[in-house]
Design a binder for this molecule. Structure first.
Ligand SMILES: [Zn+2]
Length: 562
């Protein structure tokens, strides 16, 4: 599951089928039950202790740990007789990544004659990666202009071609660049943005400033290591998707710099006053900002893992039911608090990775094949912005029009057991670490999107469950009013916008979500077994359907853009 770094504008813009379907149980045969029982808690645990081990180093995209995990999946698929469906008869769809990074030889930073180091004293959170800039600096408080409240830190200042220095937080962990000042609420922002009210980035854009420099606030200083890691080093993106995705882009301001405490203090020496020492008036500094940045780039490789289990029906085998998970996670973070720096991602999405692998094994060891083929895709780069699934849908290695539905598994391993509301920090900085309130129980799971595009898919997903283990399927996240935006946050999304009906299984956020503590020993393997078997039954039912599930509801236009 990908974390939301920035507010999606399309919040609540889609309409969900509101009709309540009678849940007609689908009859599950003894042979199907036997096949599903090929997935066991023991097997899931064996695989997950490998995939989420420290040796996989948190499976960042790209990384050696991720490549090793891919090889582990591919080795098993080969052993079980799967047909490779990646590039050139292999199980791997190779994806070229590009990494742009500052070129030290072509990068320099000087303020008022004093030299600083880019990447250590200053980083650029957004803006064009190459260029030269000479500009005066103006200090403008927190940078918020709100006419209805008589707030205007820019009174008497000309910002054209200059850098606006403000106090803020930087766009990290879902924070605003510069949060609204105390006493101002959304309701005070009346009239036209840019004219009647503006944040620093908007004001900079509207008034031709050269950029915004966020001075070291307490928050920024205590998270400086993360800031330099996120913004100072490099930007990576999928070459063929040609769009940097890994960094949030605050507003539309061209250049947003984050300044360290050292640099923030240094620029005010010998000036009218030091805002870090409590000086609050706006003013123009005498010092000049001289910055040049050159970049170099290198190519790195990663891969999706793709396989087909061929169907038995001579005609229907040309169609495929797709099942997938993302096998990447967020890697290692040396700035993480505490001794554990490896983000093992046992639940996210080690659980989906090994559930799909165990489903593959159960299918391969069954005496009979389903009628349709089954397409297995383990996606990379989900945590970076759904890279693998977007790439697969734009450059498919199979005839993707023959995919009749996609079942996505992202986090099915945790459960809220009685008394499991462990103490957790309700407002940790940076970012959000949820507590366990919304975690699903031992016999329940969230199911998202099943009714959005195809009534048939919706009723098969529901019916296969009620005719089998009858878990509690919680569909609350289909509600357009839900602010979590889960529909946008995992790989099924890219299949859905490609016209393929989807269903997504998810256990809910918990205290270890995107934390270093997402370990395999915290997984409820009995629940994983139940959910995995139920998804396998669903898969068999879809694979044996007479007609492919009709897309009778188009995904609303608002949902086609993330
Ligand atoms: Zn995640």
């Amino acid at each position: 599951m990908k974390r939301t770094f920035f507010a999606f504008l399309l919040l609540a813009a889609f309409v969900v089928q509101s009709t309540v379907f009678a849940q007609t149980a689908v009859k599950v045969t003894p042979a199907e039950r036997k096949l599903a029982e090929g997935v066991t808690a023991k097997q899931l645990s064996d695989y997950l202790y490998f995939v989420a081990s420290d040796e996989m180093e948190g499976r960042d995209t790209p990384s050696r740990g991720l490549d090793t995990t891919a090889k582990f999946i591919g080795m098993n698929l080969s052993k079980w007789g799967f047909k490779p469906a990646g590039d050139n008869g292999t199980f791997y769809q190779k994806i070229a990544l590009k990494r742009d990074m500052p070129d030290p030889a072509a990068t320099s930073l000087e303020i008022g004659g004093q030299k600083f180091s880019y990447g250590e004293d200053l980083v650029r959170a957004s803006g064009n990666m190459t260029g030269k800039m000479t500009a005066k600096i103006v200090f403008a408080g927190n940078g918020w202009m709100v006419k209805s409240k008589n707030l205007n830190p820019y009174a008497g200042l000309d910002v054209k071609g200059k850098i606006i220095a403000v106090f803020g937080e930087g766009p990290m962990g879902g924070r605003n660049l510069v949060p609204m000042p105390a006493g101002i609420t959304q309701a005070d922002l009346t009239g036209t943005r840019g004219q009647d009210w503006a944040d620093a980035a908007t004001y900079a854009r509207e008034n031709g400033a050269a950029g915004v420099m966020v001075l070291a606030s307490k928050f920024l200083t205590s998270n400086w290591g993360m800031a330099t890691q996120m913004f100072g080093r490099s930007r990576m993106f999928v070459e063929k998707l040609a769009r940097p995705q890994s960094n949030p882009q605050p507003g539309n301001a061209s250049n947003v710099f984050l300044a360290s405490e050292k640099l923030s203090n240094a620029i005010f020496v010998g000036e009218a006053g030091n805002p870090l020492a409590g000086y609050t008036n706006s003013f123009e500094l005498t010092k000049e900002f001289n910055f040049s940045i050159g970049t170099k780039s290198e190519t790195a490789w990663t891969q999706n893992v793709v396989a087909i289990w061929e169907g038995s029906d001579p005609v229907l085998k040309n169609e495929m039911v797709a099942i997938g998970a993302h096998y990447d996670h967020v890697g290692v973070n040396q700035n993480a608090p505490g001794p554990d720096k490896i983000f093992n991602g046992a639940d996210d999405d080690g659980s989906g990775t090994v559930a799909v692998l165990s489903i593959a094994e159960a299918l391969a060891k069954a005496p009979k094949r389903p009628k349709r083929s089954v397409l297995f895709v383990w996606h990379c780069g989900e945590e970076k912005g759904l890279w693998g699934s977007e790439y697969f849908n734009k450059f498919p290695t199979v005839d993707i029009k023959q995919v009749v539905a996609q079942l996505n598994i992202d986090m099915i391993g945790r459960s809220k057991k009685p008394g499991y509301l462990a103490p957790c920090d309700t407002n940790p900085a940076p970012g959000r670490r949820p507590c366990n309130e919304s975690l699903s129980g031992e016999n329940e799971v969230y199911v998202i999107g099943k009714d959005m595009m195809s009534s048939t898919l919706g009723s098969i997903v529901s019916g296969a469950n009620s005719g089998y283990l009858n878990l509690k399927y919680d569909t609350r996240y289909d509600d357009p009013k839900d602010t979590n935006q889960f529909f946008f946050r995992s790989d099924h999304y890219n299949y859905a916008v490609n016209g393929i009906p989807v269903a997504f299984w998810f256990d809910g956020e918990h205290e270890d979500y995107h934390g270093a503590g997402d370990h395999p020993d915290k997984i409820d393997y009995a629940k994983m077994e139940k959910v995995s078997r139920t998804i396998l039954i669903t898969l068999l039912k879809l694979a044996d359907l007479k007609e492919r599930p009709k897309v009778d509801k188009q995904l609303p236009a608002e949902l086609t853009q993330r």
